[in-house]
Design a protein around this ligand. Structure first.
Ligand SMILES: [Zn+2]
Length: 168
């Protein structure tokens, strides 16, 4: 399985394992079944739970980036190697790739030619992975915000979420 869309779920901050929940939503008019996903701690007395998302990879990466996450000592990003890099180099590499991906999304949005659905999902997943990488970095090196862009607080006029995939 492709790690990009099947990230491993980090342990809960309480030390217990966490699992992915798949929840069937009420049937749409079209009759097409839809689901949402979230992560929750296996320990009922803990109660830590991530936000519900339309895709499993998004739910997992949101959990992994959150304060509920027990961050691993090293992070494995499927499309980016941070091995052997110092702190500054890690920041530069993550920031560089993030702006590259954002400008790719912008370009496609402005040109009016949406990315094919597969490429669109991969782009969104890569950006979510970079959010996780930034959260990991802050936790691992115990430091405040060092990244110039924080997609969590993006401006309303940034069209990142307005890039709609082609339907085919
Ligand atoms: Zn827990």
């Amino acid at each position: 399985m492709d790690l990009l869309l099947n990230p491993e779920i980090n342990f809960c901050s309480c030390g217990c394992e966490a699992r992915l929940i798949k929840n069937a939503l009420r049937a749409q008019k079209s009759g097409k079944k839809r689901f949402n996903y979230w992560i929750e701690c296996l320990d009922d007395s803990c109660g830590n739970k991530g936000g519900a998302e339309g895709q499993s990879w998004k739910a997992i990466l949101n959990w992994n980036s959150s304060e509920n996450s027990d961050f691993p000592d090293s992070i494995e990003i499927p499309f980016l190697s941070l091995i052997g890099l110092n702190q500054e180099e890690i920041v530069a590499k993550i920031s560089g790739l993030e702006s590259e991906l954002n400008s790719k999304a912008n370009k496609s949005y402005k040109s009016g030619r949406p990315l094919p659905q597969k490429a669109y999902i991969e782009l969104k997943a890569q950006l979510a992975w970079l959010d996780y990488a930034k959260a990991w970095y802050k936790n691992h090196f115990d430091c405040a915000e060092v990244f110039t862009t924080d997609t969590r607080n993006k401006q309303a006029n940034e069209p990142n979420d307005a890039v709609t995939p082609q339907s085919n």
